[in-house]
Design a protein around this ligand. Structure first.
Ligand code: 13P
Length: 245
């Protein structure tokens, strides 16, 4: 099969970390290679503090509603006003802490696409699913719920991040071949319905750091990373961005 050239992407997910000083440090010290899409996703409140940076901004969540009586929620329109171009949706921490179902995540992805935000759809299995050998079925269900609700736009604008839950924040990275196997499965599964799947950026997330990034990003179907802990240290994040270039 022909191998499509896809631009590499490195996205930093600060989660509920960071402060105004880190925003300033990132604006001054991040070196984003030209051939890599670099995205930083700080907590909502810091988005507006970025005003000149060599990378795109993303949010970590978004309401599925357009506006109205939804206390504490943030709309797609508000995120765009704050300069966000991307939004992480379906992160396992939101699925766990806020009971976000596949169906809700699908509604959010659809809403993001309709409103001109590029969703970074997170999928990935817990440890028991991996141990039972059910990874592909689990991930396929997460993805199918979203794709069945979205239009062609999904293939033009969305990014997928495969983040096995057992690898998040644990220091236990999936091996490059373990990750590649799932990325290839996701791409081949999606390619059955839309050939644009060959162009879709699929990121790996879960204990990516300055030492292991290059080997992971060298795999055929791994188009970069969604970085948690290591995205809070400018030097490490710069090395990871470099590893993708
Ligand atoms: P860590 O890189 O800290 O394992 O987090 C990964 C992640 O959840 C990114 O969204």
């Amino acid at each position: 099969m022909m191998r499509f050239e896809r631009k590499k992407m490195v996205a930093g997910n600060w989660k509920m970390n960071g402060n105004a000083d880190l925003v300033k440090q990132f604006m001054l010290e991040i070196n984003a290679p030209e051939n890599v899409d670099v995205i930083v996703c700080p907590p909502f409140v810091y988005l507006a503090q970025f005003d000149s940076q060599p990378f795109a901004l993303g949010a970590q969540n978004m309401s599925e509603h357009e506006k109205g009586a939804h206390t504490g929620d943030i709309s797609a329109h508000m995120l765009k006003e704050l300069g966000a171009e991307f939004v992480i949706l379906g992160h396992s921490e939101r699925r766990q802490d806020h009971n976000e179902s596949n169906e809700l995540v699908a509604q959010k992805v659809k809403h993001a696409l309709i409103n001109g935000l590029k969703p970074i759809l997170c999928v990935g299995e817990p440890l028991d699913v991996r141990e039972n050998g059910d990874v592909f079925a689990y991930v396929q269900k997460q993805i199918d719920a979203v794709v069945s609700l979205c239009s062609e736009d999904f293939f033009d604008k969305a990014v997928i991040a495969y983040e096995p839950i057992w690898a998040i924040g644990t220091g236990k990275t999936a091996s490059p071949s373990q990750a590649q196997e799932v990325h290839q499965f996701i791409r081949q599964h999606l390619a059955k319905t839309n050939e644009k799947a060959q162009r879709l950026q699929i990121l790996y997330g879960g204990s990516v750091n300055a030492d292991n990034a290059k080997q992971l990003f060298a795999q055929d179907d791994i188009d970069g990373g969604l970085i948690g802990g290591a995205s809070l240290k400018v030097d490490d994040f710069n090395v990871i961005c470099q590893a993708a270039s």
